[in-house]
Design a protein around this ligand. Sequence first.
Ligand code: OAD
Length: 241
Amino acid sequence: MDTIQTLQQYIDQSSRIVFFGGAGVSTESGIKDFRGVDGLYHLKYKYNPETILSHSFFLSRPDEFYEFYQDKIVQPTLAAAPNTAHRVLAQLEQAGKLTAVVTQNIDGLHQMAGSQNVLELHGSIHRNYCMQCGQKYGLDAVSNADGVPRYHCGGMFRPDVVLYEEPLDETIITKTVQAISQADLLIVGGTSLTVYPAAGFLDFYQGNRLVVINLDNTSYDSKAALTINGKIGEVLGKIKL
Ligand code: OAD
């Protein structure tokens, strides 16, 4: 049996599937990942992206933060649409087979494809708030701004995303641990599994059907019942629902 047939069989036999993904899920939508061959971390900047996307850098150099964030994250996301991977995962949820999508992505493409229960470990670029008065705003607070986005009160907007040096949301952690620990099939895809605590949540899986679908090898491949080295949209596109 080939790997796709095995994946198909696993999916057919499961009713509490959880998908855990990262930036590689959106590369087929035209958004660059961080550590893949064409990823943001291979481009040359004055600072490395982990520094720019950190809490201390955001507060000390908001102008440079927003230049990078607009250019490399917001504008590419605005131009993107869900791909086959996003759509198949939404269909699996609608079919009552998938209980949650856990994502490290902040692009909102799973929701755009129709997924309802999306646990966004690193927040979302679509939610923004004024750091002075707390006023909530959509993405247009940032996408339409020239330079550092500010609300009428003069306060600076910040995206509701988890920057380096910041903790994850406790409620999202609780829901993630619950979903993964109750999953009968855990499909991991498009993530290097190098960023913690996110990657560590996989350890709560208690089943014996861990599937990893990724272009590069990951540190969880040796624990997986099935590994597929391929593009996640192409792989999931071969699944019959
Ligand atoms: P990475 O860029 O670290 O990893 C993306 C992985 O997806 C790589 O292993 C690629 O080989 C793989 N990949 C790329 N395109 C793929 C495709 N079409 N199909 C299958 N695999 C593909 O992204 P993440 O693991 O999401 O955090 O990175 C985790 C966190 O690091 C991000 O959430 C972000 C970043 O810094 C914060 O900003 C807090």
